[in-house]
Design a protein around this ligand. Sequence first.
Ligand SMILES: Cc1cc2nc3c(=O)[nH]c(=O)nc-3n(C[C@H](O)[C@H](O)[C@H](O)COP(=O)(O)OP(=O)(O)OC[C@H]3O[C@@H](n4cnc5c(N)ncnc54)[C@H](O)[C@@H]3O)c2cc1C
Length: 294
Amino acid sequence: MGNRARFVIIGADAAGMSAASEARRVDPALAIVAFDKGGFASYSQCGLPYLIGGVVEERGRLIARTVAEFAERDIAVRLGHEVTAIDPAGRAVRVRELASGAERDEPYDRLLIATGASPVRAQVPGLDLDGVFQLDVMEDALAIQGYLREHEPRHAVVVGGGYIGLEMAENLARLGLEVRLVQRGDQLFSSVDVDIAAPIDEELARHGVDVSLCDSVLQACRGEHGRVIDVHTSRGRCARTWCCWRPAPRRTPTSRGRRGRGSASPGPSRSMTTCGRTCRTSTRRATARSTGTG
Ligand SMILES: Cc1cc2nc3c(=O)[nH]c(=O)nc-3n(C[C@H](O)[C@H](O)[C@H](O)COP(=O)(O)OP(=O)(O)OC[C@H]3O[C@@H](n4cnc5c(N)ncnc54)[C@H](O)[C@@H]3O)c2cc1C
């Protein structure tokens, strides 16, 4: 990359790669490199429930642009590379190649933190059991698909009646599973008014989904072979299951933390930088960006 100015991006999904494309448009000479700890770049997380349900036939259809296509535009994408720290004074990021464990410093002139949001995992016993999943990234969806193929479960409990929970209930029912949807609040999809949520209940009932409102999962229980067999809920209901778990809220680099103005980034080295509403960070030449609903 020689003496070209270097734009480094942490996180190669929607926010990171749209920024990379825009940067390429405005500056054809810029050296651009994006690091992502995951195995996939620039894909639609929104389609993951439909990949599991078979509506999307294969995962490649969720990928907006491949690593090779980015390379054709002189944008380097390094998957399986986690950024573990930022050195603002030295203008470098520390990168760990996850396959080998090898670490190196990568210099930057401009830095974008596009590490998205991290789901907050609920403190419920049994969530580590085989058969309990959280749906967040492509790897989670592939693990759920693999489990469905291998074990052919007949019952599922979906925890959380937000849009992802609803999409999972829809897709699992489509696959022929008996689905129970457990929602803590007194209505599904709590971000809309009651009269809008009511038809959602009816539609789910039409698809045979058993909705349990004002209920929450207290424990996932072990069955044979260490696999989840049922869940205990606050309304005292048990269900044969495997679970799909998608807790909220999510924390993003741009979300405001409990400490008031600005919050620690959930990405590389929590203490490294803070940012406010404008996405400016406390680190010179570093910006934070996140897309969507996070
Ligand atoms: C199942 C599901 C369904 C969804 N459906 C919808 C929908 O219908 N409509 C909608 O608007 N939104 C939807 N969303 C939300 C949407 O996908 C996100 O808002 C969007 O992906 C955010 O993009 P992002 O680039 O900001 O963050 P992310 O997509 O989270 O990308 C951040 C990237 O940073 C990487 N990363 C994090 N830390 C590091 C590090 N230290 N080093 C290197 N890499 C790092 C991660 O591996 C990740 O690839 C859905 C999300 C999920 C999970």
